[in-house]
Design a protein around this ligand. Sequence first.
Ligand code: UDP
Ligand code: MN
Length: 273
Amino acid sequence: MTSRAYVTLVTNDAYLPGAIALVRSIRHTGTRADIVVMHTGAVASETLAPLTALGATLFQADLLPTSTAFNNAHAKREIHGKNPFTKGEKPSFHTPLDNFVKLRLWQLTRYEKIVFIDADALVLRNLDRLFDYPEFSAAPNVYESLVDFRRMNSGVFAARPSEATFNAMLTALDTPGAFWKRTDQTFLQHFFPEWNGLTVYDNMLQYVWFNMPDLWDWSMIRVLHFQYEKPWQEDHPKAEKLQPLIDLWRAFYTGKGIPADISALPGPRGAAT
Ligand code: UDP
Ligand code: MN
């Protein structure tokens, strides 16, 4: 089992609360796989201490050696400014260039298989079966309508570490004029055009709660992913609508009041799902 790891990423202090709740939620599933938090040098070791206390292993992973042109093209003002997010808001602490550090998980070659999970997610049921899925497996980016099935979401995926793959990715990533509109997500879909599909329940996006309530099923959801606004942001624009999900996140963050039976939680319409 030790050749398998759940991996997440924290590149600044602002994502730490997310990682704490995520690591606790993974532990809660009873998995025997390792939990690795990749972090950049920008995060102080004292800041990361709560994660090691929860049993996570740290791995320092710095920004990729990308060109100045690439870095400029993916600077926050470019990504958020030129192609604004019209469906939801990204917190001000989100730094698009940092997303590409995710690719360093392919360098974790001491593991045979990795399940990557964004720091803004919770694992609600054991997810170990994903370790038996082929590279590259990810769920569709569903949160509004049918057209969403055409894109994958890079918040949860199964991968096989390999230096050769990592090097091939670097070459494909930073070509003259390269611009990956939704950063690692757009790149990974390009690099793995024949990505294998996981179910929507392996990466349930929080907006499904109010946009597609028919899809909500607490007995099925394995990962709940807080895409766009984060549950630890003070008073974000959708906080009221998402309150029950934020309360659940808070229970995993604090370790207090984690529901004994997730399946019994009320759904978006108030009744059990
Ligand atoms: N991330 C990070 N610092 C950043 C931006 C992203 O550590 O400034 C990591 C973190 O693990 C985060 C993931 O990359 O969960 C992807 O970003 P995010 O979840 O904010 O994107 P979204 O899911 O909203 O598209
Ligand atoms: Mn995310």
